[in-house]
Write a protein that binds this ligand. Structure first.
Ligand SMILES: Nc1ncnc2c1ncn2[C@@H]1O[C@H](COP(=O)(O)OP(=O)(O)OP(=O)(O)O)[C@@H](O)[C@H]1O
Ligand SMILES: O=P(O)(O)OC[C@H]1O[C@H](OP(=O)(O)OP(=O)(O)O)[C@H](O)[C@@H]1O
Ligand SMILES: [Mg+2]
Length: 282
């Protein structure tokens, strides 16, 4: 049975459970459940603190985990990212009162508050900057107002939390993060059960980002039309009963669907339809 760690709380928890559900896995019914077995798919899910997941996976007791890239790096656990999942996207940045600092070099001799000590200490060392790091569990934006630190390093998504605290980011982003699937370093990646799990999640990612497009066009316009909708491999082209016309079917990125429909219409394609993809295996 494949043993998988899933975030039990926080920003990663809901979207991770949604993705697993979309991939056909049974998920817990109550937020207090710590462990469930999905007998049909032969998977056991362990609901753990997101911060602890890389540690469990690196120990080899669990085969796979879903966590944030920033949490993985911060933990320094012997685990590696094998599939980015596209949700819980954020940037990890320094911030301070306006004008207090403008680059990592300005941090020399200062105190930085963060929940991600591993990332911050590593970044300061890489830049040869000697600064103190104070660990706080959360709500680090308040640390400056209360005099615990001059600078913070934290997760930024919309920037609302920083604005509300009267803070501004400075310097280059320290890292970009999103939810990722992780495995123990050196673990056998081509194990069939693991590969099947990854294919299912990749199927969800594709179903979320692509739509199926169908349209009719005149044979003379086919090359132009196919250039607009090349599909993943190559579009399906079928003859229509009316001579001189073909029906074309191809997957297109959902974000570009409306523009592609306009362009197809302009070259004479008609009956242009898009439909959602519910599941897929590439
Ligand atoms: N506002 C946010 N937007 C996107 N991702 C976020 C946000 N806040 C945290 N994350 C991501 O969630 C992961 C941290 O999860 P964790 O559960 O530890 O913190 P949290 O979501 O802030 O929850 P809490 O602070 O309530 O415990 C990291 O990968 C981080 O990048
Ligand atoms: O840029 P924003 O959209 O404002 O999002 C970023 C904020 O979200 C998270 O905080 P959370 O609400 O999890 O509280 P915490 O700081 O206690 O973890 C993170 O730690 C930032 O504070
Ligand atoms: Mg938080």
């Amino acid at each position: 049975m494949l043993r998988i760690a899933v975030p039990n709380k926080g920003s990663l928890s809901g979207p991770a459970a949604d993705m697993l559900h979309e991939a056909g896995y049974q998920q817990r019914r109550e937020s207090k459940e710590l462990r469930i077995v999905d007998p049909v798919n032969e998977v056991e899910f362990f609901y753990l603190r997101p911060r602890d997941i890389a540690i469990y996976v690196s120990s080899g007791r669990l085969d796979i985990g879903i966590t944030g890239r920033d949490l993985l790096i911060d933990s320094a656990a012997s685990a590696e990212e094998i599939l980015p999942l596209g949700f819980a996207r954020s940037t990890f940045r320094f911030a301070s009162k306006p004008g207090a600092a403008s680059s990592v070099e300005d941090l020399k001799g200062k105190t930085v508050a963060t929940s991600y000590e591993g990332i911050v200490a590593g970044h300061l060392a890489d830049n040869g900057v000697d600064a103190s790091v104070v660990h706080l569990d959360g709500a680090v934006e308040t640390a400056i107002e209360l005099g615990v630190a001059e600078v913070i390093a934290d997760v930024v998504e919309t920037g609302t939390s920083l604005r509300n605290a009267g803070l501004e980011v400075f310097g280059e982003p320290i890292m970009k993060s999103e939810a990722v699937v992780i495995r123990r370093k050196g673990a056998e990646v081509d194990e069939p059960k693991v590969q099947q799990f990854l294919r299912r999640l990749q199927g969800v990612l594709v179903a979320r980002t692509y739509v199926m497009m169908d349209y009719d066009c005149r044979v003379e316009q086919l090359e132009k039309a196919v250039a607009l909708t090349p599909g993943l491999e190559s579009p399906t082209v079928s003859p229509l009963h009316n001579e001189g016309w073909v029906a074309v079917r191809a997957m297109v990125p959902a974000k570009e669907a409306q523009r592609i429909m306009d362009d197809l219409y302009d070259i004479g394609a008609r009956a242009i339809l898009t439909t959602a993809i519910h599941a897929c295996r590439l």
